[in-house]
Design a protein around this ligand. Structure first.
Ligand SMILES: Cc1cc2nc3c(=O)[nH]c(=O)nc-3n(C[C@H](O)[C@H](O)[C@H](O)COP(=O)(O)O)c2cc1C
Length: 223
C-alpha cells in the first residue's frame, strides 16, 4: 500500500500539523508492514508552471487538439506530477488553515494536477466523470482558532469543505479529517487541542481498514 504524504506547511519541526501527521503515520506504520510512504513537500517542490505553454496546452488538450513538441516537453512536467499523484492508494494531506482556506502551495498543486482527461473527464452529456477511483484520503489540518461545529466561526471554515469538494470531484470520496484547533489562543488550549488531535489521529490509523481497493484511475490522455 502506497501513501503519498502531501505537506503544505513551511514550518518543518515546529509545525503543529506535522506533529499530528507523525502520530498518524507512526500508528499506520505499526499496523501495516507493507506501507510505503512517499513525501512531497509543496514548499520545496519545484512545481510546474500553470501558465504560459502549460496553460495553452491545457486548453488545447481539453478541446481534443494535439500539442506541438515544445508544449509537449513542458506539459510532461504536469504529467509527471499527475502520475506521481495517481500512483498512490492513500493520501495524507498535512495542511494548516491559512486565511480560512488552504496555503497557496496546496492550491497551486491542485491547479497543476486536477486536469481534464487525467483526474476527471466529461461524458457525452457534458457531465464530469471522476477518474481517480479506489483511493482514500486523510486530511490533517491545524488552525489558530476554533472552527469546530459548536463554534460561531464554523462558517468560516472553507478549508474542509473545499478539500472535500475538489477531491470528491475527481473521485476521492473516502476522506477523513482530523482538525487540531485552536492552536494559537493560549498554551493550555493548544496543549489540550493537540492531545485530542493526536488521540484522534492514532485511533483513525488503528481502527480503519486502509488496504487498497485498487488503483483504478483511467486517464484519457496518457500520463
Ligand atoms: C499566513 C497564515 C494565515 C493564517 N490564517 C489563519 C486563519 O485564517 N485562521 C486560523 O485559525 N489560523 C490561521 N493561521 C494560523 C495557523 O493556521 C496555525 O498556527 C496552524 O496551527 C499552523 O500550522 P503549522 O504549524 O503546521 O504550520 C494562519 C497562519 C499563517 C502563517
Amino acid at each position: 500500500m502506497k501513501l503519498l504524504h502531501i505537506i503544505a506547511t513551511p514550518r518543518a519541526h515546529e509545525s503543529n500539523t506535522l506533529k499530528v501527521s507523525t502520530a498518524f503515520l507512526d500508528s499506520l506504520n505499526a499496523k501495516h508492514k507493507d506501507l510505503e510512504v512517499e513525501t512531497i513537500n509543496l514548499f520545496t517542490e519545484n512545481l510546474p508552471n500553470v501558465a504560459g505553454d502549460n496553460i495553452e496546452s491545457k486548453y488545447t488538450l481539453s478541446m481534443g487538439q494535439p500539442i506541438d513538441k515544445r508544449h509537449k516537453e513542458s506539459w510532461e512536467q504536469i504529467e509527471t506530477q499527475i502520475k506521481h499523484f495517481l500512483s498512490a492508494d492513500l493520501y495524507l494531506i498535512s495542511t494548516p488553515m491559512w486565511n480560512f482556506g488552504i496555503p497557496y502551495v496546496l492550491k497551486y498543486y491542485i491547479d497543476a494536477i486536477v486536469q481534464p482527461g487525467y483526474l476527471y473527464k466529461y461524458n457525452e452529456l457534458g457531465q464530469p466523470v471522476p477518474l481517480a477511483l479506489g483511493k482514500k484520503m486523510v486530511c490533517i489540518t491545524s488552525r489558530g482558532g476554533d472552527y469546530s461545529e459548536h463554534s460561531p466561526f464554523h462558517v468560516y471554515d472553507f478549508q474542509e469543505p473545499y478539500l472535500r469538494a475538489i477531491f470528491g470531484y475527481v473521485g476521492i470520496t473516502d476522506v477523513h479529517f482530523v482538525n487540531a484547533q485552536p492552536m494559537d489562543i493560549t498554551p493550555d488550549l493548544r496543549a489540550a487541542a493537540l492531545a485530542g488531535a493526536l488521540e484522534q489521529a492514532r485511533n483513525l490509523a488503528s481502527n480503519n481498514v486502509w488496504s487498497a481497493v485498487g488503483n483504478a484511475a483511467g486517464a484519457a490522455h496518457s500520463a
